[in-house]
Design a protein around this ligand. Structure first.
Ligand SMILES: [Zn+2]
Ligand SMILES: [Zn+2]
Length: 357
């Protein structure tokens, strides 16, 4: 549990900072929300004020409504909110994602939100930040999780797509973040350039849920291949050899029927788990995550210099124990409270897919 006199407290609405009179990624509507990023389990509708990075504004308005009262902040800028000094620092997770650092009464706390340490051409890199107390996620907090680079996974995806010119290639992944990261990694390999796969006229096709989120990325000048909403093609168009990106919820749905004899694959950190691909009914799995792997988590805890660490999401007990016993850091899980409230978008989407929804 968090200390009763700490800078942050757990309330029924979520993590609360009394000094700033603000909640971080609240679970329920509150007067003032500080938002780490625009995934659905972190940014919920109904709050009075949303403080978030300027680079997440486009996605947040897309998802929560254009009329929300959003106060955009720059990475690294110091904001006075109530009696606290609050700054947002890049988390490297998705476009606009931030760790939030709060300081008041001579104490500093850092809330990681979701984060990763691998390079990602679709968002700013993780910024190491120091604080007295660090609240870290541990979605993939087991030593078995060690990620390959996004570039290496993108090469595998390109090869998988190119060996089946007679079939549409349906690639399923979370619509916000993962889809654009995959596209940006493919662009870095030349996809979309004249004479290359995905060149103009042979654009990568997008499910509507993915297409709706592309504009903020293009406005942020992320380099992406040309894309086209699949719904804009005529129903009888020949889709052999085309790459199509769709959210897991579209897998085995009526939407899929227009694609003749498709090959299917799922992109997720969970694809690193043996049996996960088969259970969800995909022909192929690519392990690519927007969360830190085991070494990324340890590295980040050490770099924070924190004297006290709280762990949420995923294997919080295991990571906290390792930090105490091997690293000699005061660490404990916060998960019992979080587990009931959160529903990780990546996990839920994957499970949806398993149900064929
Ligand atoms: Zn997230
Ligand atoms: Zn999350």
């Amino acid at each position: 549990m968090l200390p009763a006199d700490g800078l942050l407290q757990l309330t029924p609405q979520g993590l609360y900072c009394p000094a700033a009179e603000a909640w971080i990624d609240p679970w329920r509507p509150v007067s003032r929300a500080l938002i780490t990023h625009a995934h659905a389990d972190h940014a919920r509708p109904g709050c009075g004020e949303y403080w978030a990075t300027g680079s997440s504004e486009g996605i947040l308005r897309q998802r929560l409504g254009g009329g929300i009262n959003l106060i955009p902040v720059d990475y690294g800028a110091l904001n006075r909110i109530g009696g606290a000094r609050v700054s947002f620092h890049s988390a490297g997770h998705v476009l606009g994602s931030a760790q939030i650092r709060l300081e008041a009464g001579g104490e500093s706390w850092l809330v990681s939100g979701d984060y990763k340490r691998c390079a990602d051409p679709s968002c700013a890199p993780f910024e190491p930040v120091q604080a007295d107390v660090f609240i870290t996620e541990a979605t993939f907090g087991l030593p078995i999780y060690r990620w390959q680079s996004g570039a290496a996974v993108a090469r595998q995806i390109l090869e998988w797509w190119q060996v089946a010119p007679e079939r549409p290639s349906l690639l399923f992944c979370y619509a916000f973040g993962k889809a654009q990261r995959v596209l940006a990694e493919l662009a870095a390999l030349g996809v979309g350039e004249p004479g290359q796969p995905g060149a103009p006229g042979e654009e990568i096709l997008l499910h509507g849920a993915v297409d709706a989120l592309m504009q903020p990325y293009r406005e942020a000048s992320v380099v992406l291949p040309p894309t086209l909403a699949a719904s804009r093609l005529e129903r009888r168009a020949d889709l052999a050899g085309r790459l199509v990106i769709a959210p897991p919820a579209a897998h085995r749905s009526a939407w899929m029927k227009r694609f003749q004899n498709p090959q299917t694959a799922f992109v997720s950190g969970w694809m690193a788990v043996r049996g996960a691909r088969r259970r969800r009914g995909y022909e192929r799995g690519f392990a690519l995550s927007d969360h830190a792997d085991w070494n990324g988590l340890l590295h980040s805890v050490r770099e924070s210099g924190a004297r006290q660490v709280y762990v949420t999401h995923g294997n919080s007990d295991g990571l906290a124990r390792y930090l105490r016993e091997v690293e000699g850091i005061c660490a404990e899980p916060l998960d019992r409270v979080f587990a009931a409230e959160r529903n990780d978008s990546e996990t839920v989407s994957a499970e949806d897919a398993a149900d064929g929804a």
